[in-house]
Design a protein around this ligand. Structure first.
Ligand code: SF4
Length: 330
């Protein structure tokens, strides 16, 4: 199999087979072939998003020990990182959301742990929604939901959700994979746009697993797909598996772009970095408050990035930044 032939096939708009994706994931990340894939991914991303990247911004309504026990998450009960629960008041939540709006976030994400009471989430969401400009894009990042709850999210003013079938869902997490897949369909049937990602990638994931997940995300025709590496949470069992470097992550971000149909405008990576943007990522996240990749209760004191810094990373990588509500979630 030849990398340049696969790139030509992709540039002709043809979809790639699983074995072709595996080939692209198998070339050394620092090889001319890998850089060719990154260049092509960047070209496609710039073509479909007219050279304008987006910055989305997320905050959490709560910080709590979560019984779903996703091993990579600092909220997982099994990891024992956070003992005390924190819940934002409506005023604090509105202040976070307005801060993001004022800084120019293209979309604002409201996150909770999986067990946050759904009725309370809807009440908080309505409060947030009515304190933002009508055109501001609001996105929910919550646990698996029923069709009734999905409709309530839509009615509360959400344009979409973030939801992913995580790598090794069901073995590295306490959630059955089918439940995640069902929720994604449920959200889409309720009229919510779904953004997703190949995540959280660690060194143990095979190229076959990654290729399968790229194809699964492509099958959803999502608002965006992309790739994010697992961030090591010190002291956790899963940290012993290690972390991939940004260059390998950039390669996976690029291959994901080539594996998506052109109808998918967004290609995300997390955490934000110039290598990811050079390899075709056109979506980064800024974060405030609790963050499942951080051991600090307020990620602004830890790993969380700012909208301003995300914009600098994009500009340093040769991207302009979109000004206005997210196009990916329309
Ligand atoms: S990723 Fe979500 S569902 Fe899993 S442990 Fe963390 S908060 Fe709970």
């Amino acid at each position: 199999m030849n990398t340049q032939d696969i790139i030509k096939k992709s540039s002709a708009g043809e979809s790639l087979s699983q074995s072709e994706l595996v080939h692209l994931l198998s070339v050394p990340p620092d090889s001319p072939d890998a850089y060719s894939v990154m260049a092509e991914a960047s070209r496609i991303s710039k073509e479909v998003s007219q050279g304008k990247a987006e910055i989305h911004a997320q905050f959490a309504l709560n910080l709590a020990s979560c019984p779903c026990n996703c091993l990579f998450c600092s909220f997982a009960h099994v990891n024992g990182i956070f003992k005390d629960e924190i819940e934002l008041s409506p005023e604090q939540a509105v202040a976070y959301a307005r801060q993001f709006e004022e800084k120019g976030a293209n979309a604002i994400f409201v996150m909770t742990t999986a067990k946050y009471a759904f009725g309370h989430f809807i009440d908080m969401s309505k409060e947030i929604r009515q304190n933002l400009k009508p055109e501001t894009t609001l996105i929910a990042n919550v646990g698996d939901q029923t069709p009734e709850n999905a409709k309530k999210l839509k009615d509360a003013g959400y344009a979409g959700v973030y939801h992913a079938l995580r790598l090794r869902e069901g073995s590295d997490t306490g959630i059955p994979p089918q439940k995640r897949k069902d929720s994604i369909r449920t959200f889409q049937e309720a009229g919510l746009n779904v953004g997703t990602c190949v995540e959280p990638v660690g060194p143990e994931h095979t190229n076959e697993e990654l290729a399968q997940m790229i194809q699964f995300t492509a099958s959803l025709n999502p608002s965006y797909s992309g790739a994010a590496r697992r961030i090591e949470i010190p002291g956790t069992k899963i940290a012993e598996r290690g972390m991939i470097n940004e260059l390998r992550m950039a390669q996976i971000v690029a291959v994901t772009r080539l594996g998506m149909p052109r109808t998918v405008m967004g290609n995300c990576t997390h955490e934000p970095c110039t290598l990811g943007a050079v390899a075709g990522a056109n979506l980064f996240w800024a974060e405030l408050g609790a963050n499942p990749r951080d051991v600090k209760a307020r990620t602004e004191d830890g790993r969380g990035d700012t909208i301003e810094h995300c914009a600098i990373l994009f500009r340093e990588s040769g991207w302009d930044v979109w000004n206005g509500p997210s196009r990916y979630y329309q």
